[in-house]
Design a protein around this ligand. Structure first.
Ligand SMILES: C[S@@+](CC[C@H](N)C(=O)[O-])C[C@H]1O[C@@H](n2cnc3c(N)ncnc32)[C@H](O)[C@@H]1O
Length: 379
C-alpha cells in the first residue's frame, strides 16, 4: 500500500528534514511551514520514524479538503476511505486538532465533528451501529490551515525528539531534534574535531556522536505505528534491521565540557544511556578559558540565555568573555544557538549566517561563524 505521509517539524527545520527524507530515498512532494510531505510505503513509515533526526512526528494522510463550516467538515470526513486504515475494533480518538487562519477554529468542536463523521463512515462500511474500540489505538490528527483540512493518523506517539536517552535533564536542555539540526547544518563529520564547551545535559555532543556513528535516533524506542493495522510487525523488524546495519564502528572523539560538575555527571549518564559515552570525553571546564593547539575545529554550543530576572547582565558578560576566547581560535568554525538578539555585538564578530528557529516555544537564532576550510591533505 502507498501512503502520503507528513513529517512534522519545528519551524525553520523543514529544509533539513526534506534533505534527510531524500537521503533515505523518499520522494518529497511538498514543503510548507513545519510540514514536509513525502511518498512512502508501510516500511518507509517505520524507517522515517526510526531514522529522521530533525522531525517531530510522522503522520499518514487520510485525506485533504476545504471546509469553512462544520457541515462541510462532517460531509468531507465521511467521504474519506477510513476503513482502509481503521479496523472495526480499533480505538480511534481524534487525539489532536490544530487550526490556523481558518473559519473553523474551535479545537474541541473540530475534534467532536470529525469523530462523529468518522463513526458515521465506519458504521455504514462495517454495517454496525456500535464500536467497542477495544482494539489498537489509531489516533486521528486534524490540521486546518487557511480552511484546508488535513486528516491524518499519527504513527509516532511521543514526539520524535524523545529519543529516550535523556532520562535526566537539568537546567535548560535543548531539544534533541534542534541539537541534531545544529550539527547537520555544519560541515562537521566524525573525522573533524568537535567541542561543546557548555554541554549542559550533553544533547549536542550526544546527537553529534550518533550522527558520526550513523546510529539512528529512534533505534531504542517504540512508536505508535507499531500498533497500527496498516504497518506490519515485519515492516518494523526490517526497518530496524536495516537501520542497525547502517551503523559504523568508526573511532572518534567529541569533547563536551561544562563549568558545573553536576551537569558533567548528568551528561555522561545520558551519553551512557544513548550508548555513545565511549565517543565523548566529558570534563569540567570553563568555556571562557577555552583554548586549543589544534588549528582547525568546530565549536557547536548553546550558552545560557539568562531568561530569568537579573541574569541578563551576567549573561552578557559571559558572551563577551566567550567572544574573547574565540578570538584566539581564528581558524575554528563556531556555531551558537541563543535567544539573545545581540550575540554578534557581544562576541564582537559578524556571523556569516543568522537563522531563526524555535527551540520548543522559545524564539532563538542560530549564529554561524564558519572558519576557513583546512587545506586538503596530499597523499
Ligand atoms: C543552556 S545550558 C546548555 C544546555 C544543553 N545544550 C543541553 O541540552 O542540556 C548552558 C550551560 O552552560 C553552562 N555554563 C555556564 N557558564 C559556563 C562557563 N563559563 N563555562 C562552561 N559552561 C558554562 C551551564 O552550566 C549550563 O549547563
Amino acid at each position: 500500500m502507498k501512503f502520503e505521509a507528513i513529517a512534522v517539524c519545528l519551524f525553520g527545520v523543514e529544509s533539513t528534514v526534506s534533505y534527510e527524507l531524500k537521503n533515505l530515498g523518499f520522494t518529497v512532494t511538498n514543503v510548507s511551514d513545519g510540514r514536509v510531505t513525502f511518498e512512502t510505503d508501510a516500511k518507509g513509515i517505520a524507517t522515517a520514524n526510526i531514522s529522521l533526526r530533525c522531525a517531530e512526528r510522522i503522520l499518514v494522510k487520510l485525506g485533504e479538503f476545504q471546509a469553512r463550516t462544520f457541515d462541510e467538515l462532517f460531509e468531507n470526513v465521511k467521504k474519506l476511505p477510513l476503513e482502509k486504515y481503521i479496523p472495526v475494533d480499533a480505538n480511534f480518538p481524534v487525539a489532536k486538532a490544530k487550526s490556523i487562519n481558518s473559519k473553523l477554529f474551535s479545537v474541541s468542536d473540530i475534534q467532536a465533528i470529525t469523530k462523529k463523521a468518522a463513526v458515521e463512515r465506519l458504521k455504514s462500511v462495517y454495517k454496525t451501529e456500535w464500536f467497542c474500540e477495544t482494539g489498537e489505538k489509531h489516533p486521528i490528527h486534524v490540521f486546518i490551515n487557511k480552511d484546508i483540512v488535513q486528516v491524518t493518523i499519527d504513527t509516532t506517539g511521543p514526539a520524535l525528539h524523545k529519543r529516550g536517552y535523556r532520562q535526566l535533564s537539568g537546567g535548560a536542555p535543548i531539544r534533541e531534534t534542534i541539537a541534531a539540526f545544529m550539527v547537520m547544518l555544519t560541515p562537521w563529520n566524525e573525522s573533524k574535531l568537535l567541542v561543546d564547551p557548555m554541554c549542559g545535559s550533553g544533547t549536542i555532543a550526544i546527537e553529534a556522536a550518533m550522527i558520526g556513528a550513523n546510529i539512528m535516533p529512534g533505534i531504542n524506542r517504540n512508536f505508535q505505528g507499531e500498533e497500527l493495522s496498516f504497518i506490519s510487525k515485519s515492516d518494523w523488524m526490517i526497518a530496524r534491521k536495516e537501520a542497525i546495519e547502517k551503523e559504523n564502528h568508526k573511532e572518534f572523539k567529541i569533547y563536551a565540557y561544562d563549568i558545573d560538575p553536576e551537569m558533567v555527571k548528568l551528561a555522561k549518564s545520558n551519553a551512557q544511556i544513548a550508548g555513545v559515552d565511549h565517543l565523548i570525553d566529558f570534563m569540567k571546564s570553563d568555556a571562557t578559558k577555552f583554548h586549543s593547539s589544534n588549528e582547525y575545529g568546530f565549536i557547536i554550543t548553546n550558552p545560557p540565555y539568562g531568561e530569568r530576572m537579573g541574569e541578563k547582565e551576567e549573561v552578557y558578560e559571559l558572551y563577551k568573555q566567550l567572544g574573547k576566547a574565540f578570538k584566539h581560535l581564528p581558524t575554528w568554525s563556531i556555531y551558537v544557538i541563543s535567544s539573545l538578539e545581540n550575540v554578534e555585538e557581544l562576541f564582537g564578530k559578524k556571523a556569516m549566517k543568522k537563522r531563526k528557529l524555535y527551540n520548543g516555544m522559545l524564539k532563538s537564532h542560530y549564529y554561524q561563524f564558519p572558519g576557513p576550510k583546512p587545506p586538503k591533505v596530499q597523499n
